[in-house]
Design a protein around this ligand. Structure first.
Ligand code: ZN
Length: 142
């Protein structure tokens, strides 16, 4: 048994039952590094901003470490899934906007009542769209 094997198994024993690195933890580490980079780039005249960014990055780092070594798996997983949900929603909104922009045969209207996106064909003149979700009416020109 080499020394590396001993270290490796000791680390495995230490990390057993702990959260480890997940997507939210990784994002926090990246956020920390980004803030550190930005804080090192600010000029001397804006030293206060640099210091504040530095301390925020330290908080991010501490948070990431706390998450990695936390034994409250249930809560950490819940936080992580909430984070992933938010990222997914952001990504899908961006993706959807790009697809709608590329679609030249339809026009898209957002229902003011429930924010549902309604798709209607182009070239029908003035129309009244009834929202399929909540039944509100949208007066539109296609
Ligand atoms: Zn609606």
């Amino acid at each position: 048994m080499g020394i590396f094997y001993k270290i490796k198994s000791a680390l495995a024993r230490f990390m057993y039952g702990r959260n480890g690195v997940d997507q939210l933890g990784l994002s926090m580490v990246w956020g920390c590094l980004l803030l550190l980079l930005v804080s090192s780039l600010v000029t001397r005249r804006q030293a206060v901003i640099g210091t504040v960014l530095y301390w925020i990055s330290i908080v991010f780092w501490a948070g990431a470490l706390f998450r990695i070594f936390s034994k409250n798996l249930y809560k950490r997983r819940e936080e992580n899934s909430r984070w992933l949900n938010r990222i997914w929603r952001f990504k899908s909104r961006f993706q959807g906007a790009r697809e709608r922009h590329a679609d030249k045969t339809h026009k898209y209207y957002t229902c003011k009542a429930c924010k549902t996106i309604c798709r209607v064909p182009v070239g029908k003149g003035k129309i009244v769209i009834t929202c399929p979700k909540c039944g509100a009416q949208i007066h539109a020109k296609t």
